[in-house]
Design a protein around this ligand. Structure first.
Ligand SMILES: C[S@@+](CC[C@H](N)C(=O)[O-])C[C@H]1O[C@@H](n2cnc3c(N)ncnc32)[C@H](O)[C@@H]1O
Length: 190
């Protein structure tokens, strides 16, 4: 049974110690240059990743989407505190980002997939907002014990996500394990 991250713990997402096992600056290496692109983070939380990307790629448009008002508020606050102006935020519904079809060059979600109430519907929504040939990246907790993260029973196997992506006709589904020690990263194209 999936369980949502408690937004009362929002500040934990910005804990500087997190950089040791999930450094947001490493993310840009996965996508390559993003200037001129529209990048959407689904389940943006406080913007730990989105703000780092927006800071690095000042000519990218970085859109953070979240179902929690409190998280959206913290995301805005975080971006403003760092003087970032190329971020935008959307308070979404569970499987509705409120964004238009073919909106994004890149869609990514990190530490979110295991919280979704209907993973298939959510991936369909991610696909809808992606442009043709756009890239999706899903990073989530490996289904094995780790010092941080949700209980094992809430984690989702990498293979099941790959299968869902293939069923939805995403192309070139591939996984890697080197980015972060406790996570897998799955990349695919529309
Ligand atoms: C564990 S936090 C991760 C936040 C951020 N990605 C990070 O790693 O710092 C999960 C976030 O996903 C959001 N979330 C959960 N289900 C969602 C959904 N269906 N649509 C949008 N956001 C969702 C939660 O509100 C929360 O902010």
């Amino acid at each position: 049974m999936s369980k949502k991250y408690n937004d009362k713990n929002a500040d934990k997402l910005n804990d500087p110690a997190r950089r040791q096992w999930q450094d947001p600056d490493l993310l840009s290496g996965v996508f390559g240059a993003l200037d001129g692109k529209t990048v959407v983070e689904l389940g943006v939380g406080t913007g730990y990743f989105a703000v780092a990307l927006a800071k690095k790629y000042k000519a990218a448009k970085v859109v953070g989407v979240d179902i929690s008002f409190e998280m959206i508020r913290k995301f805005k606050e975080n971006a403003e505190a760092q003087g970032i102006t190329n971020v935008f935020c959307v308070k979404s519904e569970e499987n509705d980002t409120l964004l238009r079809d073919n909106f994004a060059d890149v869609v990514y979600l990190i530490n979110v997939y295991h919280e979704l109430s209907d993973q298939r519907l959510f991936l369909e929504e991610a696909r809808r907002i992606l442009k043709k040939d756009g890239v999706i990246l899903i990073i989530d907790w490996k289904a094995e014990e780790s010092p941080q993260g949700p209980p094992l029973c809430e984690r989702v196997s990498r293979v099941s996500i790959e299968d869902e992506l293939k069923k939805l006709k995403f192309r070139e589904v591939s996984s890697s394990f080197e980015l972060y020690p406790y996570h897998y990263a799955i990349k695919a194209y529309k």
